[in-house]
Design a protein around this ligand. Structure first.
Ligand SMILES: [Zn+2]
Length: 322
């Protein structure tokens, strides 16, 4: 099957970070228009994308040193969302769940968190109509930036701002080697039980399968971001299967972040053997310069399972939160 055939398929992407989906040339334009001072030594031409494998997640997060300096007003946020959606629509994506952590938008603009969340919801609604795409939002806590009370604050902001059910879930992302208080599970349980939100958590992206077990058993996760480390634990693989938890697999991201040196050895091989539910996603398409069609093509090249690609529309619909 050729790239153009994948491109012409209608697709759903369930794991995309909003900031990682905005094309590089648009980021540079926004930075220049707003006279934003970037960190010393940051090269806008080379450091906004990761096109070769790095050696740690921390290194992989380098583009966010600049991505997090935007937006400085609502119109810029709306334009950022527009450019991200335009790119996805060019690849025939008709449903997307964008992830974002709204705390930095609140800080950058000196506005309450619920207003920052409203900005995101409104920007998504406006552009969904314009591009005829169903765009939803998953709001994330960041492991290495967690503060007391953040979870409750986020849930209150969601309740105040969730027009037309644009916000469909909550997540936790960031450096998995950072200590996270285990009681944060109460945030996820409350989000699900009291607010009717779905749960996905970045877990086992690096080598720690305990994070996957914790996310499923203690936080009631419906999906897991990456979940690569599950291959090291039969107990975890069984747990994923028993609970019908879907893994969001992002091949280019795992290559670029240095978590997988050789795709032939990627844990997806184990997931296929165990018949573990997974969907293919992009994570940060503009950071890698790769669209979902290219993820499908890469999967086919290494694993030769066209039946899985053909099943992707059904899978992504079954496990989507919207
Ligand atoms: Zn991610």
């Amino acid at each position: 099957m050729e790239y153009n055939q994948f491109k012409s398929m209608e697709k759903r992407d369930l794991h995309v970070h909003l900031n990682g989906a905005i094309p590089k040339e648009n980021i540079i334009k926004f930075i220049k228009e707003q006279n934003i001072v970037i960190p010393d030594g940051f090269n806008l031409n080379t450091n906004l994308q990761i096109k070769n494998p790095v050696s740690s997640l921390r290194e992989y997060f380098l583009p966010w040193e600049v991505l997090k300096l935007l937006p400085r007003d609502y119109d810029t946020l709306c334009n950022m969302v527009e450019k991200a959606i335009e790119k996805l629509v060019s690849d025939n994506i008709n449903y997307v769940e964008f992830r974002n952590s709204p705390f930095y938008i609140s800080k950058l603009n000196n506005i309450p968190l619920n207003e920052a969340v409203s900005w995101l919801v409104n920007a998504l609604l406006d552009n969904s109509i314009k591009f005829n795409i169903d765009a939803r939002l998953i709001l994330s806590l960041t492991r290495h930036e967690l503060n007391d009370g953040q979870g409750i604050e986020l849930l209150k902001a969601i309740k105040a701002s969730n027009r037309y059910n644009v916000i469909v879930g909550v997540d936790m992302s960031g450096d998995e080697d950072v200590f996270v208080p285990k009681e944060i599970n109460k945030f996820f349980l409350k989000a699900k039980e009291e607010y009717g939100l779905n749960i996905t958590i970045h877990a086992g992206e690096t080598g720690n399968f305990e994070n996957i077990k914790w996310a499923i058993s203690e936080c009631n996760a419906d999906r897991i971001g990456h979940g690569s480390a599950a291959k090291f634990s039969e107990y975890t693989l069984n747990l994923i299967k028993e609970r019908d938890v879907c893994l969001e697999v992002c091949l280019y991201s795992n290559l670029m972040s240095g978590n997988c040196a050789d795709l032939y050895e990627h844990p997806i091989r184990t997931f296929l053997e165990w018949d573990i539910p997974f969907v293919l996603c992009t994570d940060n398409p503009s950071v890698h310069g790769k669209l979902l069609s290219e993820e499908y093509l890469l999967f086919l090249k290494y694993f030769d399972r066209l039946d899985v690609i053909n099943d992707m529309e059904i899978r992504t619909e079954k496990y989507s939160f919207g």
